[in-house]
Design a protein around this ligand. Structure first.
Ligand SMILES: Cc1cc2nc3c(=O)[nH]c(=O)nc-3n(C[C@H](O)[C@H](O)[C@H](O)COP(=O)(O)OP(=O)(O)OC[C@H]3O[C@@H](n4cnc5c(N)ncnc54)[C@H](O)[C@@H]3O)c2cc1C
Length: 302
């Protein structure tokens, strides 16, 4: 392929996972195009934690620094935009963008992340990643000891309660699934003085994302300082599935131990395929993914 729009690899998604894959490929002299729409899932959180050397850094600063370092490898190009369609031809792929640009590559990497699906609760999305959080490892230390609600269902509710109990002893579990807990689970929750409320929340009262109260469907209100919420997610990008990539029961792209999807020539990394959702794991899987794609190209060429 001698076309200026032809690449060894197109990486769709240029956040932590995509940039990490790009670095491994750039250092292997691969001609790479990163297509990125600039909307990482943690963009609203003020500080990112639990990633060594950059603990407490603003999320956008981490990507800006990564992008600057990655683009020093002159075989790497960056395209700001949205990939809207992918097609598999005989020995290559084509990718169409929202601006009707078409690019070609021998391999595709999807580092497109996942989208949180917010419940229909007023104020919830404004607080997401600020005082309504999803992960004790990312935010738990900052809200340790605070009056905390956990909004979750079933096994996830019990699991989250046990994790959060290590960080604060003032926990209220808001769940409609009390009847699904075993006797032992209920006993453990009681032993740790974890209250259960099974009323629907209709509003999070907050100032600039920092919550002060939860409002329940019966009109009652209660003060809280932090909420953990286990909410559903969707893949950000539907192209992998349209190209035939299989999805796991949990909704992740199915991969082998080397980030390869179920479709030949298509790889993925980061949140698309990982239950462990963190900057560190996104970077780690991107690093593996870049090396494995390079290896596959080497095996085909050497
Ligand atoms: C609110 C919140 C706070 C968090 N805080 C922390 C924290 O403190 N510490 C921590 O370690 N982890 C944290 N995480 C988890 C961490 O942010 C994710 O694990 C990480 O961002 C995953 O990286 P990724 O590259 O896979 O996906 P993302 O960072 O979500 O990036 C996906 C990229 O793909 C792009 N994209 C998607 N579809 C397309 C398309 N069709 N075309 C072009 N581009 C596309 C998006 O615009 C985006 O730039 C947090 C997550 C959330 C939701």
């Amino acid at each position: 392929m001698k076309n200026k729009n032809a690449f060894d690899v197109i990486i769709i998604g240029g956040s932590y996972a995509g940039l990490s894959a790009a670095m491994a490929l750039g250092r292997s002299l691969r001609k790479v195009l990163i297509i990125d729409s600039g909307l990482p899932c943690n963009r609203q959180t003020p500080h990112s934690h639990n990633f060594i050397t950059l603990d407490g850094e603003k999320p956008a600063n981490i990507t800006a620094k990564a992008k600057e370092q990655v683009l020093q490898y002159n075989t790497i190009s960056f395209y700001e935009g949205i990939a809207v369609k992918g097609e598999k031809k005989d020995s290559y792929f084509s990718v169409l963008t929202h601006n009707s640009d078409v690019f070609y590559a021998k391999k595709l990497i999807f580092a497109t992340g996942i989208k949180d699906v917010f419940p229909d609760i007023k104020g919830f999305s404004d607080c997401w990643g600020i005082s309504v959080v999803h992960c004790p490892y990312c935010h738990g230390y900052e809200v340790r000891g605070k009056k905390t609600a956990i909004l979750a269902q079933g096994e996830r509710a019990f699991h989250l309660a046990s994790l959060v109990n290590n960080l604060t002893q003032d926990i209220t579990l808001i769940t409609s699934d009390r009847h699904l807990f075993t006797k032992e689970q209920l006993q453990k929750l009681e032993n740790h003085t974890i209250r259960i409320i099974d009323k629907e929340i209709i509003e999070v009262i907050h100032v600039k994302g920092y919550l002060s109260q939860l409002v329940f469907i019966d009109g009652s209100r209660e003060d809280f300082e932090a909420v953990y919420a286990a909410i559903p997610f969707q893949q950000n990008c539907t192209i992998p599935v349209e190209l035939g990539c299989e999805i796991t029961e949990m909704g992740h792209l199915k991969v082998d131990g080397f980030q390869k999807t179920t479709v030949s020539g298509i790889y993925t990394c980061g949140d698309t395929s990982s239950m462990m959702r963190s900057v560190a794991t996104a970077v780690a899987s991107g690093n593996i993914c870049g090396a494995m794609v390079n290896m596959e190209l080497i095996n085909e060429e050497f």
